[in-house]
Write a protein that binds this ligand. Sequence first.
Ligand SMILES: Cc1cc2nc3c(=O)[nH]c(=O)nc-3n(C[C@H](O)[C@H](O)[C@H](O)COP(=O)(O)OP(=O)(O)OC[C@H]3O[C@@H](n4cnc5c(N)ncnc54)[C@H](O)[C@@H]3O)c2cc1C
Length: 478
Amino acid sequence: MSKQYTRVIHWFRRDLRLTDNSALHAAAQAAAGVVTVYVVSDWKGSHAWTGAPRQAFLSGCLAALEKNVAAIGGRLIFRQGEAVAELERLIAETGAEAIFYNRDPDIYGRQVEQALARRGRELGVAILGFKDVVLHQSDEVLTGTGKPYRVFTPYRKNWDLLPKPEVLPAVKQLTPPAAALASLPCPDLSTWGLLDAGTVLPEPGERAARVRLKEALARVIPYYSARRNIPMGATTSRLSPDLRMGTLSVRELYHRVANVAAETEDAGVRKSCQTYHSELAWREFYMQLLQHFPVVLDQEFEASWRGLPWSHDQALFQRWKDGLTGFPIVDAGMRELRATGQMHNRVRMITAMFLTKDLRLDWRLGEQYFMQALIDGEIASNNGGWQWSAGTGADAAPYFRIQNPWTQTKSYDPKGEYIRHWVPELKHAPLEHLLEPPEEGSLFRSPGGGYPAPMVVHRRERDRTLDMFKKHRELQGR
Ligand SMILES: Cc1cc2nc3c(=O)[nH]c(=O)nc-3n(C[C@H](O)[C@H](O)[C@H](O)COP(=O)(O)OP(=O)(O)OC[C@H]3O[C@@H](n4cnc5c(N)ncnc54)[C@H](O)[C@@H]3O)c2cc1C
């Protein structure tokens, strides 16, 4: 079969896999030779939106991809620097007639795509972007009048009705580019001048992602509705880092879950699959929100909540980051995050609400820290989650609905298993110290074992926070 192109470039970005990869599949179909490249970012030392845990996981995924590409006859080229300039150089070196890539939903990624498209036109090289990171792009799910959704439920209804793209076969063969083509080594933490934070990471790469997918389909997703709020144990799929790096395709995930539902008579399992699909819709809801309302990156989605007098007290912030607030469930979450680069969704909500409603710290501080610490750090979902918790976002918890960390513990970690796992000082503490605040007046009683007493009284802070929101509202004349 004759091919449209002699040689093209596939630019890997957040699609680090060979299976069900839209742009790579299309490139392999269209061209006799496909040069695969990853352009490594060239910042050094620190970055506002990432940190050592995610970069270490990314490096591992790239090393796995390099092997996988080699196993089918290709070679993954690493370059470092500004993407458009590096790709232009590679076009000149290879004589490529086109660049294939999967679209990035993030603002920065889209700006690079626009710049690349402009340069491609000047050079006479086809620049071909594909939908891959999402099932539905931001312009596909719109209201009847063609406007973006601001609320999740109607968005999800519409999202649900749209036919889902099919899974594509894995690319089975690539041809190696000319041996002379230079490549940097696969990056590691030293590439960005980062030190190993000692984070215990999941195994990186496509093969490991597929093992996790299989496990989740068999043992987690069928019971998801009932268990997903319990932070201890395998209660959620833990696939977000794979969706973040693209070691797993969201199309395949969606369809495999749909198959579980189709093959069962059990209404509970079907409901669980539906709930799981709904979480994938949340991911895309937040992505479209960020695209249509980029202002959320700096400001509150709900304009009337802009200008709230959030605190920036660094000492309070540090205790929260260190997991030393004296609120066992909050500290367990923060320590899980530091140890693993991951945190259960329920605990993300609890820790985020504690930061914003008990400490009244600016949600942007927490948002940035999560981006630096999480291996699944996703600007859109993270921003959405933080604004939800702060009460300032789309579909946010209204400001007067403030979760009580103690009540949350009783509901979701009633035996203190999650807390004892992550806070060793509390391993032998009586259960009531994990579930109840100390008696009023004995605020400074610590449960012992070197563990601090609660740094604030929740009830009191709750009232102060309600007051802050009310006063702001009055100032706005509402
Ligand atoms: C304050 C805060 C910050 C968050 N930051 C991130 C982030 O940086 N990256 C990220 O991927 N998710 C983020 N989330 C959403 C959610 O916590 C994680 O997606 C989830 O914990 C990942 O674990 P899982 O794969 O086991 O999820 P599962 O429960 O198995 O869900 C399956 C998938 O659905 C998606 N999903 C689930 N819940 C949400 C949600 N609330 N919003 C958007 N997508 C969702 C994820 O892609 C997830 O992998 C955040 C939530 C909060 C409250």
